[in-house]
Design a protein around this ligand. Structure first.
Ligand SMILES: Cc1cc2nc3c(=O)[nH]c(=O)nc-3n(C[C@H](O)[C@H](O)[C@H](O)COP(=O)(O)O)c2cc1C
Length: 187
């Protein structure tokens, strides 16, 4: 199966979690292509044809990102806005993503207990990511259970211990790699 990883992170030099996940993926023997939007594109100008071609060739589409303001980084939202066009992703002839698997894989700063009614983030993560889920449905894609990990923010001396964030990132990556392997085996 062809795995396409659409990766959004505006500043990899400050990344602990996502860079570790990507490192794990690269060290695996999975067959995948990775597109880091923030190095591929300047000023949000996207090569829409190229992105649509890559999507058309993929079976599993993985969106990899850090959770930013209860959503994805702007580069990924911009990619969604520009690439999932009428009669490509939706509309009368828009069946090019039909039947493909969509997998969200993202890292969250806050702890799980903060995403509860009495926690400071109030809402469950599954509610906050509904726009991605509905996007998958509109595009006739299979929305697979997302993979996300809490307590992934690392700010030295303030939030978390680097080695622990890295360990959680390793576990996160192994979950994703296992899922992609299983999808390949069961294809
Ligand atoms: C602009 C910005 C917005 C963020 N918004 C959230 C948020 O809404 N909820 C949350 O739990 N963490 C939030 N965080 C924390 C990030 O999710 C966390 O630092 C990231 O997942 C760690 O990944 P990285 O090491 O690859 O950067 C935010 C961080 C930044 C920089």
């Amino acid at each position: 199966m062809n795995n396409l990883i659409i990766f959004a992170h505006p500043n990899l030099t400050t990344s602990t979690a996502n860079s570790k996940i990507i490192e794990n993926l690269k060290a695996s023997n999975l067959n995948f292509k990775i597109r880091h939007l923030d190095t591929l594109y300047d000023s949000y100008k996207i090569d829409v044809n190229k992105e649509q071609l890559e999507l058309s060739n993929a079976d599993n589409i993985i969106l990899q990102f850090p959770f930013y303001w209860y959503s994805c980084p702007a580069s990924l939202k911009n990619w969604i806005d520009q690439v999932l066009t009428f009669n490509f992703a939706y509309g009368p002839e828009g069946d090019k993503l039909k039947g493909k698997n969509l997998i969200l894989s993202f890292t969250i700063g806050g702890p799980a207990e903060s995403y509860t009614p009495l926690g400071y983030n109030h809402f469950p993560v599954s509610d906050l990511i509904k726009p991605f889920e509905q996007t998958a449905y509109l595009c006739q894609m299979n929305y697979l259970p997302p993979i996300f990990t809490h307590r992934m923010i690392y700010i030295p001396g303030v939030y978390n211990i680097k080695e622990e964030v890295e360990e959680r990132a390793n576990l996160h990556a192994q979950k994703l790699i296992t899922l992609l392997r299983d999808l390949g085996i069961n294809a």
